[in-house]
Design a protein around this ligand. Structure first.
Ligand code: GLN
Length: 303
């Protein structure tokens, strides 16, 4: 596979659109991000790395952290999460409250905010430090010991996080939260504020391309659970645009409102794309465009 040529074609196709979309404005520190940036990186299971543009610029990974959090919880042999969270696409916005009341505090899936809050809740119960566990994992997989969350971004999310607070307290009312609600929220806001570049995310994402095996050869989670996470990324990883992403990209993807999208080609590679401008569903316009081009050029798809 000529990844270098594919990355060049991604750059050519995406470059004229850099800056497209609208930067998320509901988290004050995200509005300050320069929209005219774009990065793309591919890390292969054979150790190749291909990158273009602002691929080494760290950005707020936001909901991409949810994929790694789920991997950790399942890696702790904690299938009990599936008694508290379902696995169906929601068809509603990532932070919607509507289904949660009707479905008695059990979120549709682990990647909408409600479900992700409970995954963080479980990781906090399992480890005592959910955000710390994720930062340590990402530091090890990327080889960047300084990889951590941005406290100012976390503070910014805390200040404006009333919708997440509403989701959390509603679930607590239904008896579906293990930890003190504010502690769970604190870890969730911090994990969303983790800063990583496309190169780092692609390297860390390899754990899913390798079916659960970490960089050092140890196993984070079982092969079967890694496969299941890829399935949930395909069906729920881009929220109410998951059908469109399956159609256009054909790969398991997890997006974040920081403008990043992580995509996995099982057994082959992990791809991270980033452009801060979002579409109306909260997914990056240029990152989606780049992944679609990459798929078209390489023919890589799970279908
Ligand atoms: N921190 C964001 C929130 O909770 C994450 C959402 C996202 O990236 N889609 O609203």
């Amino acid at each position: 596979m000529d990844y270098e040529r594919a990355v060049g074609e991604v750059w050519a196709a995406t470059r004229p659109h850099i800056g497209a979309g609208k930067v998320a404005d509901y988290i004050p520190d995200l509005i300050c991000v320069d929209p005219v940036q774009f990065g793309f990186a591919v890390a292969t299971v054979d150790g190749e790395l291909h990158q273009v543009g602002d691929a080494e610029v760290p950005f707020s990974i936001q909901s991409i952290s949810k994929a790694f959090a789920l991997a950790h919880v399942l890696g702790h042999d904690d299938a009990s999460i599936w008694r508290r969270v379902n696995r169906e696409p929601s068809g509603t916005r990532f932070n919607s409250l509507i289904q949660l009341e009707i479905e008695r505090g059990v979120p549709r899936n682990p990647f909408i905010n409600a479900g992700a809050l409970l995954v963080t809740d479980q990781l906090l119960a399992d480890t005592g430090d959910a955000c710390g566990a994720l930062c340590a994992f990402l530091a090890a997989e990327t080889g960047n010991p300084d990889l951590t969350y941005d406290p100012a971004m976390a503070e910014s999310e805390t200040r404006t996080g009333n919708r997440n607070r509403s989701l959390a307290y509603l679930m607590a009312d239904f008896g579906n939260v293990l930890n003190p609600v504010d502690e769970m929220l604190d870890h969730y806001f911090r994990q969303c504020s983790i800063m990583a570049s496309c190169v780092e995310l692609a390297r860390a994402g390899l754990v899913l391309a390798r079916h659960g095996v970490r960089r050092d050869g140890t196993r984070l989670l079982s092969k079967q659970d890694a496969r299941r996470i890829n399935a949930i990324m395909l069906t729920c990883g881009t929220y109410d645009a998951a059908g469109e992403f399956a159609y256009r990209v054909g790969l398991p993807c997890k997006s974040g409102v920081g403008g990043g999208i992580l995509a996995i080609v099982p057994d082959r590679c992990a791809i991270a794309a980033w452009g801060p401008g979002l579409d109306e569903k909260g997914n990056s316009v240029t990152a989606a465009m780049a992944l679609e081009t990459f798929g078209n050029v390489t023919g890589l798809s799970i279908f």
